[in-house]
Design a protein around this ligand. Structure first.
Ligand code: BG6
Length: 497
């Protein structure tokens, strides 16, 4: 999260350069940074992939990715021509063979010589987790990661499968790398509104004094997707909604909403305050998991006029799968600020609407001076932080309805990013890639954050593993999830907003 841009020459090496992530997300983001003039003049992309791909075919594929996924639309021919000169080569190489890395080291050395000054190296692992070990080990053997000042490594999730495996991965990485070199991506942290939670809370004087248990009744975090599991059945079968979304994205949103004010706007300070929150989350006792968590799996159904298949009929999914595509949790945070304020979170695929938001529900007024007839639908105030589809903030309050008699009505003050700033927010990957190049780790997950988040959800996963669901599939595609999720919040006399 930079406050100013000053980049030294950078070589970005993408492992998995012929893969989906590179094509869909990374190159369109780098192209956008190039168009906005955010990259240094001396900037190169090297690709490495297990699959051989001649450089021209690789570039063609990347251009196609830009045409399809860039927020600027199809690549402009002149701009593309200039951009393509930075896409050096896609070397084919076995990630398990140290020679792949030695020859990469040679190419990078040549570039250093031409540049006449040390070039920053960013190694992006856009690969399946199964090859991460070999890549890190071989980068070390080829002496490409020995200088923490010069080399950074970017990792995509999953960061483990549970606390134990996450801890083992972190231990492995820390054998050859310094934590300051490790950038664990959670792309939600690159989204503008997610970052704006910090600005909203800590750059304004009026919200923080009421941001606690005295004024807040509860918090809801919803990340609902209309898409199903798409072509990712193989991965998703091993993950499920709790691992795929709650352990990372939703926990990060929770931390930003619940954290204490940082003393300084620095990566370590902000990350430390977020970890404090995760550490304070009350562990869910195994015998109470059914009271604090709900799970679901989508059945066939209708979405926007289209008939869509059940999860169990998706490609690469076991027809008797127990994997959850919906998960909801109720968490409590044991500290002074949040005692007795529940945090409800839910996420699911094939939901009625695609939307992500956090809602801060304030307590009702302490005394209702108006007679009941004046306020038929009197609602306590609430603040909605909308992350998707439109980024913005809504503040709900009571207003007098126009007319000769006194009547109250619930209204909203709305802030919309697009309208306010007359510009499209950058894609999350643009922000995050630039931060890696700048060496700013604020928006990346530190080892302890990852482990603390696993500590929170491990008991739920273990209880679910021990008692298989008997009612799957239990929500139709195009709905708001299973009944048990309604029960989870209704037990406290509340409802999803
Ligand atoms: C990813 C999950 O991390 O986030 C996907 O693996 C999910 O399952 C995606 O669809 C959602 O991200 P976004 O940016 O599309 O809301």
């Amino acid at each position: 999260m930079k406050s100013e841009l000053k980049l030294s020459p950078v070589d970005l090496v993408i492992f998995g350069a012929a893969g989906d992530l590179t094509w869909r997300k990374l190159i369109p983001a780098i192209y956008a940074l190039f168009l906005s003039g955010s990259l240094p003049d001396q900037f190169s992309v090297f690709g490495v992939d297990g699959k051989p791909m001649p450089a021209d075919d690789w570039r063609k594929r990347l251009r196609n990715g830009i045409d399809q996924f860039s927020r600027y639309g199809k690549a402009d021919p002149a701009k593309w021509k200039e951009f393509a000169t930075h896409l050096i080569d896609c070397a084919s190489g076995d990630f398990e063979n140290v020679e792949t890395f030695k020859s990469l080291a040679k190419s990078l050395e040549e570039r250093d010589r031409d540049a006449g000054e040390p070039v920053q190296h960013v190694f992006y692992l856009a690969t399946p987790p199964s090859v991460v070990h070999s890549i890190v080990e071989n980068l070390g053997k080829a002496e490409l990661t020995k200088d923490p000042e010069r080399s950074r490594l970017v990792f995509e999730k999953p960061f483990g499968h549970d606390l134990e495996s996450a801890h083992a991965i972190n231990q492995f990485l820390l054998q050859s790398l310094d934590e300051s070199q490790i950038y664990r991506i959670d792309h939600f942290l690159g989204k503008e509104t997610v970052q704006n939670i910090l600005a909203f809370r800590f750059a304004n004087a009026m919200f923080e004094p009421i941001w606690d248990r005295r004024y807040i009744d509860h918090v809801q975090i919803t990340v609902a997707e209309q898409v199903g599991v798409e072509h990712r059945g193989k991965y998703y079968e091993q993950a499920g909604a709790a691992r795929d979304m709650i352990q990372n994205h939703l926990m990060q949103i929770l931390s930003l909403i619940a954290m204490e004010a940082p003393a300084a706007f620095s990566a370590d300070e902000i990350r430390a305050r977020k970890v404090d929150v995760l550490r304070a989350v009350r562990p869910i006792p195994p015998e109470d998991v059914h009271q604090h968590a709900a799970r679901g799996q989508y059945a066939t159904g209708w979405l926007e006029g289209q008939h869509v298949p059940a999860y169990r009929d998706e490609p690469d999914v076991d027809p008797a799968s127990d994997t959850e595509t919906f998960a909801a949790l109720k968490l409590s945070i044991d500290n002074w600020r949040w005692q007795d304020v529940p945090f409800y979170m839910r996420t699911g695929k094939r939901m009625a609407q695609g939307l992500s938001k956090a809602i801060i529900q304030f307590r009702p007024v302490p005394h209702r001076s108006f007679p009941a007839t004046v306020s038929l639908d009197w609602q306590p105030n609430c603040l909605e932080i909308q992350i998707q589809p439109e980024e913005g903030i809504n503040l709900c309050f009571q207003a007098k309805q126009p007319g000769v008699v006194m009547r109250l009505s619930s209204q909203q003050m709305q802030f919309r990013y697009r309208e306010a700033f007359k510009t499209d927010p950058p894609e999350a990957y643009e922000t995050l890639l630039l931060d890696v190049m700048l060496g700013d780790a604020t928006l990346f997950m530190r080892a302890d954050q990852v482990e603390c988040a696993w500590k929170v959800i491990d008991p739920v996963l273990e209880a679910w593993e021990a008692s298989k669901p008997t009612d799957f599939p239990n929500y139709p595609s195009g709905s708001w999830g299973p009944e048990s999720a309604e029960g989870l919040i209704a037990r406290d006399g509340r409802s999803w907003l």
